[in-house]
Design a protein around this ligand. Structure first.
Ligand SMILES: Nc1ncnc2c1ncn2[C@@H]1O[C@H](COP(=O)(O)OP(=O)(O)OP(=O)(O)O)[C@@H](O)[C@H]1O
Ligand SMILES: [Mg+2]
Length: 149
């Protein structure tokens, strides 16, 4: 990933490898997972606050001149559009990086994780289906997507 990518938005179902890529960058990592997951597992009641804090971190990074990477699944227009809008509001055309190793691979990698970090299969399947729909519905005036980093 080149140093000029000021804003990166990951897209991919759980297990697609987003966080594995994200930690190899020097970007400020913005992820709702920081609040929703702990040693006891997933806390859906924290989702609203987690996404608010994640977006705030993304905004603050760009506002202070840092490069930022959004490490959420971002599999729907509702999830991804704030990050595209904020990037462009700061004059940055974001890199949209789609990770799609296939649903079977996502499910298999997820199953290999520690139990307290596993996402239910139905949720991975829903994310994957949503991701395919997002790509079909991708607005023509949005940034180009890429699958390479
Ligand atoms: N290219 C790869 N080859 C093999 N294993 C991988 C690869 N990328 C990631 N993994 C493994 O797959 C698992 C899931 O990867 P990762 O945590 O990066 O997924 P994620 O997309 O961030 O998922 P989530 O949305 O649930 O956070 C991890 O155990 C990771 O080590
Ligand atoms: Mg992750």
């Amino acid at each position: 990933m080149g140093p000029i990518m000021k804003a990166v938005i990951m897209v991919g179902a759980s297990g697609s490898g987003k966080s594995t890529v994200t930690v190899t960058t020097n970007h400020t990592i913005c992820s709702a997972d920081l609040l929703t997951w702990d040693a006891d597992g997933f806390h859906p009641d924290r989702l609203g606050k987690a996404h608010a804090q994640c977006l705030r971190a993304f905004i603050e990074a760009l506002n202070s001149g840092q490069s930022a990477i959004c490490d959420n699944t971002n599999c729907s227009i509702e999830e991804i559009s704030p990050y595209i809008a904020v990037s462009r509001a700061y004059g940055v055309e974001p890199l949209i990086l789609i990770l799609d190793p296939g649903l079977d691979v996502c499910l298999a990698r997820n199953a290999e994780r520690p139990k307290c970090r596993q996402v239910p299969n139905f949720a991975v399947e829903r994310q994957y289906k949503n991701m395919k729909k997002l790509l079909r519905d991708w607005p023509p005036f949005w940034p180009k997507i890429t699958t390479e980093f």
